[in-house]
Design a protein around this ligand. Structure first.
Ligand SMILES: *Cc1c(COP(=O)(O)O)cnc(C)c1O
Length: 232
């Protein structure tokens, strides 16, 4: 199956309210154009450098939202804000504070998701629940950003039930934060988006309430092999 068939098939499979973010890292722009023609308006990239090369080539396509899904280093915040509408990978207070500051300099109001990890794993980035609760009052006081929800990546090696449970915990955390934000009058914390689910686990994420799925290989084919050979 080619890109447009995959996009159509996924669009039929996914509930209408779930946004399909096509993860186009390492994908050439001609395949991205094909995805656009098939209806994709949200593209996810992992690296600033790659996005900087590709975005101008797609500048003629109207209505695209660009999503940064990869780790953001604090020295790349400025180009990130110049290129992307959404940042899914805000994983620390210092990064959030810097994004707020650079956004003010650029007069932008980026949409942020807070990347959470529910199990302590030093190799994975993301907020632990306790650290996030502790930082929330300070996050709520950042005037130049909109905190729209949470993002999570499931650890490898879970079965579908465990994965759904984990995504379910992320959804519950978002609910609790939403209640707290509304009680506390934190207008910049909205918690309406849940970015969860990749090619290997998106059905579990959708069951758990994902509003954005980040799909790469299932849309574009394996990043290691050319699409046509991979999916004859
Ligand atoms: C690469 C990537 C994806 C997409 O993964 P696929 O397995 O290709 O669907 C989603 N989210 C993040 C954070 C990624 O880095």
């Amino acid at each position: 199956m080619g890109v447009s068939d995959q996009v159509r098939r996924l669009r039929e499979e996914l509930p209408a309210q779930v946004r399909l973010v096509a993860v186009s890292k390492q994908v050439p722009v001609d395949l991205m154009r094909e995805a656009y023609v098939a209806g994709i308006r949200d593209f996810g990239e992992s690296r600033i450098q790659e996005a900087r090369q590709k975005l101008p080539q797609l500048a003629g396509l109207e209505g695209i939202s660009w999503h940064l899904i990869g780790t953001l280093q604090s020295n790349k915040v400025r180009p990130a804000l110049e290129l992307f509408d959404w940042i899914h990978s805000v994983d620390s207070w210092s990064l959030a504070e810097r994004v707020n500051m650079v956004a003010a300099q650029l007069s932008r109001r980026p949409k942020l998701l807070l990347q959470v990890k529910l199990t302590p794993d030093p190799d994975k980035s993301g907020w632990l629940e306790s650290a996030l609760w502790e930082a929330l009052p300070r996050l709520a006081a950042l005037p130049q950003v909109e905190i729209r929800g949470l993002m999570a990546i499931a650890p490898l090696g879970l079965d579908p039930i465990q994965t759904r449970d984990l995504f379910g915990r992320v959804a519950q955390l978002a609910d609790s934060i939403r209640q707290k934000a509304s009680a506390a009058g934190w207008g910049t914390i909205r918690m309406e988006e849940l970015s969860m689910g990749m090619s290997g686990d998106y059905p579990s994420a959708v069951q758990a309430g994902a509003t954005m799925v980040r799909l790469g290989q299932i849309v574009f084919g394996s990043r290691l092999l050319p699409l046509r050979e991979n999916n004859p």
